[in-house]
Design a protein around this ligand. Sequence first.
Ligand SMILES: O=C(O)CCC(=O)C(=O)O
Ligand SMILES: [Fe+2]
Length: 211
Amino acid sequence: MDGVPEESWRGGEEEQKVNAMIRYLNALDNLGMTILEMLAHGLGLPDNFFTKNFEEKEATMIRVNRYPPCPLPEKCLGLGSHSDPHTLTILLQDDVGGLQVLTSDNKWIGIRPVQNSFIINIGDTLEAWTNGKLRSVVHRAVLNKEKNRLSAAYFMSPRNSALIDCPLALMDAKTNPRKYVPFTWGNFRKQLLVQKRVVGKTALERYLISK
Ligand SMILES: O=C(O)CCC(=O)C(=O)O
Ligand SMILES: [Fe+2]
């Protein structure tokens, strides 16, 4: 609240709104951290294997997407095909529907909105961190002919200096050799700013050992 005189927002409705928002963000973050712990546990890693890199929230971000109605929805997309580069995405969508994911046999399938629920997407960083045991999903958003659609995504990221290096326990020289050169999240983030538009999984592919 830099530059805003304290008395102009403290104690009133504004402060209540700010506090409510902080409570929601903390709840979202706690959910994400619990999921990351459960994923580490399921992979046989120490529960805090991922979360110990998340004490500083340097690049965690929220994006709110508003998709206006489109008279020719088959001719344009709300959001093009991409995978989320971060670690984990917690996505809230309204009841309009429009999110689609790409299956392994290259078919787009729609994700039905379920009231009061979140969609959890694995991000590219988690794919590299687990040598592909967890896979980031390619997805897109299509438009509705009549209705507006809203979605909000919370993208979790580790601190910039976190080294995304798959632990030996998840690799095997013969059956599952290292797929990605180790990188820091900060460096990946910088590359993303230069790349600007991510199509499919092109962001992560830059670290693939054999293309
Ligand atoms: O609107 C949606 O359902 C997807 C949003 C999304 O993929 C994103 O913001 O990265
Ligand atoms: Fe996305």
